[in-house]
Design a protein around this ligand. Sequence first.
Ligand SMILES: C[S@@+](CC[C@H](N)C(=O)[O-])C[C@H]1O[C@@H](n2cnc3c(N)ncnc32)[C@H](O)[C@@H]1O
Length: 238
Amino acid sequence: MTATSFKELMGQLKEDTTVQVAAADKKQLADHYNFTEGWYDALLNTDKAIRSNTQGPKVDLDPAEKRQIVEIGVYEGASSCFWSDFYLDHEESSLISIDPFTGSEEHHANPENYAGLGRLERTARENIAKSKNCGKVEIIKGYSQHVFSDLDARFALEPWIDVLYIDGAHDSVSVARDCVLYIPMVKPGGLVFFDDYAHPDVKRAIDGALNSFAKFEFAIFTGWQLVGKVASVANKHA
Ligand SMILES: C[S@@+](CC[C@H](N)C(=O)[O-])C[C@H]1O[C@@H](n2cnc3c(N)ncnc32)[C@H](O)[C@@H]1O
């Protein structure tokens, strides 16, 4: 497959997604938040796809349940707002959102394609502040590989993440590193959402990591993202 930029490739592949987000939902989001990219769609699309999936395995994601979510890659906060709006209602639920707010290599390669790049942190904080459960969102400014040891120390030895969303830098090395470090912290029965799985670099890294650091009960491809349910994780970094 040839494409001149990551963004173009993403646009092509998104036409194949299994469920389309309703125009009214999109408008509601556009009116409420300030996003220069339509990335809230990817999670809305996946959410609809896993809920309407009548064949094969079921993803049990009860909005009211207590959960600890960790997301790698915030950008302008679209995915953070998705989690906050739909999956943090339990009073003890929380979201940790990690990003250095620098943008990734693919953004810097074509900065003219990414209008919001110069003010990511401010936009993200403003958007998240407008989301439903904003008080349960902790923003950690930093690279996932740098903040990992603090999180590991803070949350002790047992796996502690219920939902992990991997959407940081999209080169194979970065994706593989996020999988290696963070998947072992997901509880058995927890879910891992891999964004951009349809992108070949991302897919290569995830495919390699999937069988190395956890056993997955199943994985569902939703057209752009992959959602896997963890059966067990490899022993923690001893
Ligand atoms: C595709 S964007 C995230 C989009 C966001 N999840 C959404 O749905 O709108 C990727 C983000 O990852 C961030 N990033 C790059 N390297 C990272 C790393 N090592 N750790 C955490 N975030 C990283 C970039 O700054 C960028 O904001």
